[in-house]
Design a protein around this ligand. Structure first.
Ligand code: CMC
Length: 424
């Protein structure tokens, strides 16, 4: 905490508020004693102006359009690192040494199998079940297999839970997918790296050999890196809020997955591709959809556009756009949707409505197209986001559990209902 203070003057009172300094701007007024000292609370729908915590995990400069994990720019991590290195970085705070990476990778690889009993859980869902529902349920169910790892104050339990989650989530996701298409489950393979193993579990069949294309595996790995953390977004805040009650890591992460599923958050990647398909079927008239998004009488919003923090191009979307053509060409897909996406972006960014509100493409605008080019069906897109975001959820949950300032999350309200009254 710095020495600067702010003064709040109301009625005939003056309250001094300490100022908490961030290392990259985003300083804050510390109002933690406000209610005790004045009887007043603050009101901030959507927490748009409220920091629920201090954090050292990731940083977004929304004006410059920059994202960093533990200080490292996302562009450098996407170019030079792997998803498991990033997962390690987020959890431990530093990049692994070659020896640490070897040990970490071996631990992940050796925990990819699910307990066989878990399979019965998958069988209980209808074939039409959305895989996000299965993912969150299976993650919660995992807690029942590791009752010894529930104590958030036990560093060994936390590390082991984190390891199992990162190792097993692709297995859960692939099983959910195989179930939805009626194919046999494919077991993990320890000779493949993280992304290649996931692709194999997704697309292999027991009756023939399936070769993982290393370019596809690398593209998937980069996509996962780009999703790995993003400050106190909706799902991460949910993970923290659940965990603030000292709920175990598995169940806190499952809560975050439920938050991610919504179309305003991770569900947007699915909405983007569905919108592009609609525009394509409709003759490619992007102006019509931009007009719909602008219409004040229509609640419709252009999916993949806008962001609470970015007032500039989302750096993740920039990276994705730059290699979307390469990946789509490599996959031999002549994807008309990419052209429509580019045209839609051009139409929106030439429109004063989007310019004046500084609404730019966000990560979900191009990620769905990439996932589709890699062979993933639309209903798996948000699941891929979840696999990518997992290291961030885990790192943020750990940071919260270790923070001595941490309290159970329990916002106040401003009551607007009936005053006290009596039943007749
Ligand atoms: N299309 C049309 N108008 C929009 C859009 C959009 N996609 N996004 C924001 N606006 C307008 C909004 O109507 C408001 O206009 P006005 O000032 O006239 O009322 C203004 O821009 C500011 O929007 P806001 O609702 O105050 O912004 P927010 O920070 O509450 O919402 C958002 C952020 C991401 C939920 C929103 O931009 C949105 O709904 N986007 C579409 C869904 C989407 O792409 N979500 C993915 C987010 S990024 C990755 C992730 O978190 O998963």
């Amino acid at each position: 905490m710095g020495d600067r203070t702010a003064r709040l003057i109301f009625d005939d009172r003056e309250i001094v508020l300490p100022i908490v300094e961030g290392v990259e701007g985003n300083h804050g007024f510390d109002i933690s004693r406000l209610r005790a000292d004045t009887g007043y609370v603050t009101l901030d729908y959507g927490f748009a102006n409220t920091a629920g915590t201090s954090s050292a995990v990731s940083f977004v400069d929304g004006t410059a359009g920059e994202l960093r994990y533990r200080g490292y720019p996302i562009e450098q991590l996407a170019a030079k690192s792997t998803f498991l290195e990033v997962a390690y970085l987020l959890f431990h705070g530093e990049m692994p040494t070659p020896e640490q990476l070897k040990t970490y990778t071996a631990s992940i690889t050796h925990h990819t199998l699910l307990n066989e009993e878990m399979k019965r859980l998958f069988d209980a869902f209808p074939k039409s079940a959305h895989p996000m529902a299965i993912l969150a349920s299976a993650t919660n169910a995992m807690a029942t297999f590791y009752p010894d790892f529930h104590n958030p104050r036990d560093p060994y339990a936390v590390e082991q839970s984190a390891l199992r989650l990162v190792a097993k989530l692709p297995t859960v996701a692939a099983l959910a997918y195989k179930k939805s298409i009626g194919q046999p489950y494919i077991y993990p393979r320890n000779d493949l790296d993280y992304a290649a193993n996931f692709l194999h579990m997704m697309f292999a069949l027991p009756v023939e050999e399936y070769q993982v294309d290393p370019v596809v595996a690398r593209a998937l790995d980069v996509l996962l890196i780009l999703h790995a953390d993003h400050e106190q977004n909706c799902s991460t805040s949910t993970v923290r809020l659940a965990g603030s009650s000292q709920a175990n890591l598995f169940t806190s992460v499952a809560a975050g997955m439920s938050a991610l599923w919504g179309p305003l958050h991770g569900g947007a990647n699915q909405e983007v591709v569905e919108t592009l398909e609609r525009i394509h079927a409709d003759g490619g008239n992007t102006a019509k959809w931009v007009a719909k998004a602008k219409d004040p009488n229509d609640p419709y919003r252009l999916p993949g556009f806008g962001h609470r923090v970015y007032r500039n191009y989302d750096p993740r979307a920039k990276i994705l756009k730059s290699f979307a053509y390469e990946v789509i060409e490599r996959m031999g897909a002549n994807d008309p949707l990419l052209d429509i996406a580019l045209k839609l972006e051009e139409t929106a960014l030439a429109d004063d409505y989007f310019v004046s509100r500084r609404l730019y493409p966000n990560v979900d605008f191009y990620s769905g197209l990439m996932f589709q080019a890699l062979g993933f069906p639309v209903h798996m897109f948000t699941v891929l986001f979840a696999i990518g975001r997992l290291p961030g959820w885990v790192a943020q949950w750990k940071e919260m559990s270790e923070d001595e300032e941490n309290k159970i999350g329990r916002p106040r309200q401003i009551y607007t209902g009936h005053p006290k009254r009596d039943l007749p």
